[in-house]
Write a protein that binds this ligand. Structure first.
Ligand code: ADP
Length: 364
């Protein structure tokens, strides 16, 4: 990890003292500074309320005092120190134990601090009790799990009846009724997607999400989804660019859910008559699919929470925009279970581009 340099130790001491002054001035957040090996250098008074330990008891101990005790968590903490040093930050959530052994959910934000010469000084660690939020999420999961199971059967029946009706209407060539019927079918599709999302969240939370990976043609896959959207979207124009030859390997129906979520968001969050561009591209190893919109974009403070369960931008959704804040969370879970990435680049006022990667299928 970071190297030690005795010459600078006086300067570092001065900086650490002023860091101590700064963190004491934070009243709402529990904050401490950590050495490169994860030892607590100093902390503010709020941490006493959160953990039950006095600041004197904490100084000199390692981060493991914040873990609920198992080795796996300690290992994860070491990884967060390394990640924070390499990338300039690490945000994570975990279960912490207070001095009186009660457990609570905590969010951690860790940043390394460097001097002007780029030498590592210490980490700052901000801690926040998120137990209430986590309990609310559990309650929501339970409720949505039950509701979605109950909804599935009637939706499936309606969907089947609608297919029969389409057949009947086509043969009678009643164009007016057929148009009403197509509108109705697009609403059934929305409902089906919503229930699929709810069911998959339940599987993710119970750790029972199973992937049925197959080889499939990525161009056909994207084209079919874009075609379905074009058939049911009135306001925005969906443009398809790029092409990739060959097959990819993954669970086609779960990946459909990912792309559907991204395009649906692109449409939902961009102004009428704007474009939503779906692109398929590749480098040597990976196929990259992206969805670009010219909507409001996502601010830098919100971007780090964007894939979190139930996260919804307050500003964007206060106009009663429908949604549950689950689509991106589900997409992230599906991609990481594939061992693939999903990420976003965005600028406020300019729009957003969401990307995800897929692996090319190996030749037999
Ligand atoms: P939902 O759209 O149902 O709220 P998502 O998980 O799909 O749930 O998205 C979470 C949040 O991320 C949204 O509420 C919105 O604030 C933000 N978001 C998602 N996609 C976009 C986009 N294309 N442009 C701007 N903000 C977006």
């Amino acid at each position: 990890m970071a190297t030690k340099n005795k010459k600078n130790s006086k300067v570092v001491y001065g900086i650490k003292k002023s860091a101590s002054f700064i963190i004491d001035s934070f009243k709402k957040h529990a904050i401490c500074t950590l050495s490169d090996s994860g030892k607590i250098i100093n902390c503010n008074k709020t941490i006493e309320v959160l953990t039950g330990y006095t600041t004197d008891e904490l100084v000199g101990k390692t981060y493991s005092i914040f873990c609920s005790g198992n080795e796996f968590e300690k290992k994860a903490w070491r990884k967060h120190l390394e990640h924070s040093l390499a990338h300039g930050f690490s945000n994570f959530e975990g279960i912490s134990a207070a001095k009186n052994k009660t457990r609570f959910w905590c969010s951690f934000t860790m940043n390394p601090v460097f001097d002007d010469g780029g030498k590592f000084l210490f980490f700052t660690l901000i801690m926040q009790d998120i137990t209430e939020r986590k309990l609310n999420e559990e309650k929501k999961d339970e409720y949505l799990g039950i509701a979605s199971h109950e909804l599935r059967t009637p939706i499936l029946s309606i969907s089947l009846y609608s297919e029969l009706l389409a057949y009947q209407l086509k043969s009678e060539s009643d164009k007016k009724t057929l148009k009403i019927f197509y509108d109705m079918r697009s609403q059934i599709k929305r409902l089906t997607n919503l229930v699929d999302d709810l069911l998959v969240v339940n599987e993710i939370e119970r750790n029972s999400l199973v992937l049925n990976k197959i080889k499939f043609n990525v161009n056909k896959f994207v084209r079919k989804i874009v075609r379905d959207f074009r058939a049911t979207t009135v306001g925005q124009k969906i443009v398809l660019t790029g092409k990739v030859n060959g097959l990819v390997f993954g669970d086609e129906s779960r990946l459909t859910q990912v792309l559907v979520n991204l395009i649906a968001n692109g449409i939902k969050y961009s102004p009428l008559l704007e474009k939503v561009i779906v692109n398929v591209n590749s480098d040597k190893d990976k196929v990259i699919i992206s969805v670009q919109d010219f909507g409001p974009g996502i601010g830098s403070r919100e971007i780090r929470d964007i894939f979190r369960r139930y996260f919804r931008s307050y500003n964007l959704n206060k106009g009663n925009m429908p949604g549950l804040g689950l689509g991106l969370y589900i997409s992230k879970q599906i991609m990481s279970r594939h061992g693939e990435k999903i990420w976003v680049k965005s600028k406020l006022g300019k729009g957003s581009t969401f990307y995800f990667s897929l692996s090319r299928a190996k030749k037999d």
